[in-house]
Write a protein that binds this ligand. Structure first.
Ligand code: SF4
Length: 86
């Protein structure tokens, strides 16, 4: 990773900017082993559902606390709200 490291235990006051955070999440997705990845088409379809969801807040799912772009990129993840949504 380059720039300011992403810390999972930061307070909000210590968190990087949205652009830095988005970059860090893209880097984490890139580091996922191929067998743990959902695939680009599946991730895009999941994120399309997230975009329409009332639980999406600032890139995070308010139900599970995950950054949805990272959650959607992982093969074995599911939506915590409606079974079968994704
Ligand atoms: S993971 Fe599910 S509940 Fe969370 S924002 Fe996406 S669609 Fe909504």
């Amino acid at each position: 990773m380059t720039g300011r490291p992403f810390c999972r235990r930061c307070l909000l006051a210590d968190m990087p900017s949205q652009a830095e955070l988005a970059k860090s999440i893209r880097e984490l997705i890139a580091l996922l082993p191929p067998e743990q990845r959902a695939g680009d088409d599946i991730a895009a379809a999941r994120l399309a559902r997230c975009r329409e969801c009332e639980h999406l807040v600032d890139g995070m799912c308010a139900l599970c606390g995950c950054y949805v772009e990272l959650r959607a990129a992982k093969a074995r993840m599911i939506c915590p709200d409606v079974p079968g949504r994704w």
